[in-house]
Ligand binder design. Structure first.
Ligand SMILES: C[S@@+](CC[C@H](N)C(=O)[O-])C[C@H]1O[C@@H](n2cnc3c(N)ncnc32)[C@H](O)[C@@H]1O
Length: 308
């Protein structure tokens, strides 16, 4: 099938309708959930990039504008890029009331036609996990090109070096144990990284690393584009001070681990649902409740009727 060979076809098919586009970006089944999860991710981005009202900000793989919707009001210009025209169409509609936004549909692992040194900051969330390593690196080089010297990048990738990240990775590997090896693997399947890989890629793409977080199932990295007159050590100190606002929390990791338990049949969906009943534990609880409910509704044949 074409969609398994080509990023554009794959993501355009995933985003064939606005509803399916929301599900494809992060499992959100409606606008309300996308706002909830978008707020969580945007807080991480704001803290990682220390966003200012004067910043011109680029997002690679903006999807439906889940994060961009929250970031645009805070900065001078927000620019969403994506391989999928269908995703961009949904994002454009969601951000139609903002005059300071722009969009570029990408055709390959390049940010042409965006100009060199035209952005102060760039971010990319849950996108590099869906592409081959060559494309991950090519995009990092392109982000270095469009950032001003001294500009900041923030991104995340799956972290196979964390215990829960490895469980997620193993789930993926297990799907291939009995796969038909005469067929190529789906081009946008989940790919897994390590903190060391991220260090190497950032360095070779022209960035100095200022923060690397790897306690959760995600590696989260901040880098500064080389060549600017910036004090890298001061940036490292500032980034470290923001760690609590940037990192996926231990509760996030615990709840994600619980979902993996349900997926592999170790605990029942009912038990997981019960564990999502106490909002006082943290903002992650309502977010995971909505995600899990969406998963359950898509899995009723195996899990039985969803609770609502
Ligand atoms: C899982 S979604 C995440 C969307 C958004 N970053 C968010 O967190 O809500 C992945 C997004 O990356 C885009 N994407 C996937 N592969 C891409 C590629 N090779 N180049 C550019 N965008 C890509 C998809 O179209 C999709 O919108």
């Amino acid at each position: 099938m074409d969609s398994q060979k080509n990023y554009k076809n794959f993501w355009n098919e995933k985003a064939a309708t606005p509803d399916s586009a929301f599900i494809a970006v992060d499992g959100s089944t409606n606008e309300e959930t996308a706002r909830l999860t978008g707020h969580y991710s945007a807080r991480q981005v704001v803290a990682a990039l220390e966003l200012k009202p004067t910043d011109r900000v680029l997002e690679l793989g903006c999807g439906v504008g889940r994060i961009g919707r929250e970031i645009a009001p805070l900065v001078a210009h927000w620019h969403g890029t994506d391989i999928s025209a269908n995703m961009i169409e949904v994002a454009r509609e969601r951000l139609r009331n903002h005059a300071n936004v722009g969009f570029t549909e990408l055709t390959r692992s390049s940010l042409q036609p965006l100009a060199d040194a035209s952005f102060d900051k760039a971010y990319c969330v849950a996108v590099f996990i869906h592409m081959d390593k060559e494309d991950f690196f090519l995009y990092l080089e392109e982000i270095a090109r469009v950032l001003k010297p001294g500009g900041l990048i923030y991104f995340d990738v799956w972290n196979m070096a964390s215990p829960v990240g490895w469980r997620r990775c193993a789930l993926e590997i297990n799907q291939h144990r009995i796969a038909d090896h005469s067929r190529r693997k789906d081009v946008a399947r989940n790919q897994f990284s390590s903190p060391e890989e991220v260090r190497i890629f950032l360095d070779h793409a022209g960035f100095d690393l200022t923060l690397l977080l790897a306690e959760s199932p995600w590696v989260q990295a901040i880098g500064v584009r080389r060549g600017g007159h910036v004090d890298v050590e001061a940036l490292r100190r500032q980034a470290a001070e923001q760690t609590a606002r940037i990192a996926y929390s231990p509760l996030w990791t615990e709840l994600f681990d619980g979902i993996l338990d349900v997926v592999i049949g170790r605990i029942s969906p009912e038990l997981m649902w019960q564990s999502l009943g106490d909002d006082s534990r943290g903002e992650e609880v309502p977010m995971f409740r909505e995600w899990f409910l969406g998963m359950w509704k898509g899995n009723e044949t195996a899990w039985g009727p969803a609770p609502r």
